[in-house]
Ligand binder design. Structure first.
Ligand code: NAD
Length: 484
């Protein structure tokens, strides 16, 4: 579909409005932009031309006062400041000048699309169109239906997203929509891990090494700004009324002290001392040299390989049973054995002589916790050498790092689907394209098995005594179904 003949008006010439205007202009639409004053509008027009040129594209948009910009438009997109009072006033102005049938879209990250529909005076024509930053590069657009949005308006926006070469996912008008909602526990758990004594770089190294996240959650929090994150936490807590969204106290303290992240020079990381990349390199251990062979055992082992080997790996991703503990004790009496698990249950029952790690292919979290009496030895070295794996050292916390992050995200995604905010397929696409994660939360659950994710959450719930780890009822039912 070509956008020739389509007129799009864009209000707000910040980075988002400029990027959105470029995306539509590049796809062939006639784009008219507007900001608060003629000077700001012209600044936007000029910046769009300059930014496009820097990217090797020729893009022309025109500028006009708001009423003029919308008068002949088919689609109006607002990307002004993130304040409901400002957006409400703007929408009233748009309503006064709007041609019949104008579709009104908001790029809001957090405000209610339904409320904006009411302010516009006709909720059927208003929807969310949430681009990611930078709009010219990021492929994902979340299309948000307000309670009163006409389904034909949602369909038309989805069509337009496809026409500009991007991928649309649809979701209900729910705080944080899809990507930012599913990532809430990623950020909370990352901060909690730091509060529990784990170095920020270890959290980031595990998220990248084990889960393939291009940027670790603590680096990302610092990059976005801790004040922004704190604001979103307060909104989520207020809107959902669930204490699992409460801000983590350490973050409030950092913000209060002006340590709001990378732009301030200090957040979780102190940028004057060591930047995240260097810190992550420091905590990530290269694979030891040498050759070794592994015998695989345990209920979660993909293959059982008996016979002589340098070390036995006992894979057990569900809570340990008496039989597991007995088997590991037996193995430990005759040679090095490493339990491969993140399950909280092993803390109390790990047999003497056994070592503990969580293997994620060629990346391993090694449990190194003198306080708990769990220290890595020859077994871990042999495993790392055999797998050629890089590793980080982590304390014996429930879920360790990577499984804790991944299971909590999978759970949040399950809550989101259970309540009807979005489909599983759209959630997976959204996390892959919006966060560049290698797989979405349901793809992850399918890969490791719902029983493992459910058991991991139940173990954390028991060990932490915090209701944030309660599995969704949908996951409980799916787990029961898988057990039958
Ligand atoms: P920004 O604050 O950098 O820019 C906002 C622009 O809107 C400014 O040029 C300002 O002059 C203009 N403006 C303010 N009031 C106006 C009015 N009444 N009429 C016309 N113009 C007005 O904002 P941004 O970062 O570009 O974000 C814009 C919107 O996009 C917000 O709703 C934000 O939540 C959302 N968003 C931002 C990001 C991001 O990463 N920055 C990502 C997705 C969505």
């Amino acid at each position: 579909m070509t956008l020739e003949g389509l007129t799009v008006a864009v209000a707000g010439m910040g980075p988002m409005g400029r990027g959105i205007a470029r995306v539509f202009a590049q796809a062939g639409a006639n784009v008219i932009v507007s900001d608060m004053t003629p000077e700001l509008t012209q600044g936007g027009v000029d910046a769009i031309a300059a930014e496009s040129a820097a990217d090797g594209a020729v893009v022309a948009v025109s500028g006009a006062p708001l009423a003029e910009a919308v008068a002949h438009a088919d689609l109006f997109i607002e990307a002004i400041v993130e304040r409901m009072d400002a957006k409400a006033a703007l929408l009233k102005e748009v309503a006064a000048a709007a041609p019949a049938g104008l579709i009104v879209a908001s790029n809001t990250s957090s405000l209610s699309v339904g409320e904006m529909g009411k302010e516009f005076g006709d909720p059927t024509r208003v929807a969310g169109m949430h681009f990611f930053n930078p709009p010219t590069k990021m492929k994902l657009v979340e299309v948000i239906r307000g309670a009163g949005t006409d389904p034909a308006v949602v369909s038309r926006l989805v069509e337009l997203v496809v026409a500009v070469g991007k991928t649309a996912v649809t979701c209900a008008d729910s705080p944080n929509f899809i990507v930012n909602r599913v990532c809430r526990p990623l950020y909370y758990e990352a901060q909690l891990l730091v509060a529990e004594g784990v170095e920020p770089a270890v959290v980031d190294a595990a998220a990248s090494g084990a889960l393939g996240h291009p940027m670790g959650p603590i680096t990302l929090l610092d990059f976005t700004g801790l004040h922004t994150h704190l604001g979103s936490s307060e909104t989520a807590l207020r809107e959902f009324g669930d204490p699992k969204y409460r801000p983590i106290p350490g973050v409030r303290a950092l913000v209060r002290n002006g340590m709001t992240g990378r732009a301030a020079g200090r957040g979780f990381y102190d940028y004057a001392v060591e930047k995240p990349r260097a810190a992550i390199e420091r905590v990530t251990r290269p694979a030891p040299s040498g050759q070794a062979s592994i015998a695989w055992a345990g209920p979660s082992a993909a293959e059982q390989s008996a016979g002589a080997a340098d070390v036995t790996v006992y894979s057990c991703h569900l809570p340990p049973t008496e039989a597991d503990i007995e088997a590991v004790a037996q193995l430990a009496s005759s040679g090095p054995v490493v339990v491969d698990s993140s399950d909280a249950g092993w803390l109390e029952v790990l047999p003497a002589g056994a070592e503990w790690a969580r293997i994620h292919g060629s990346f391993v979290e090694v449990v190194d916790d003198a306080v708990a009496g769990v220290v890595p030895g020859r077994g871990v070295e042999l495993v790392l050498a055999a797998l050629g794996a890089t590793s980080v050292r982590v304390p014996a916390l429930p879920g360790l790092v990577a499984d804790r992050l991944a299971n909590c995200m999978a759970n949040e995604a399950s809550f989101l689907v259970e309540e009807g905010t979005a489909s599983k397929a759209d959630v997976d696409v959204a996390l892959r394209l919006g966060m560049n994660h290698p797989s979405g939360p349901f793809e992850y659950t399918d890969r490791v098995g719902v029983q493992q994710v459910h058991a991991g959450l139940r173990s954390m719930l028991a060990a932490f005594g915090d209701s944030r780890y309660r599995p969704s009822q949908l996951m409980r039912r799916e787990n029961a179904g898988a057990e039958r």
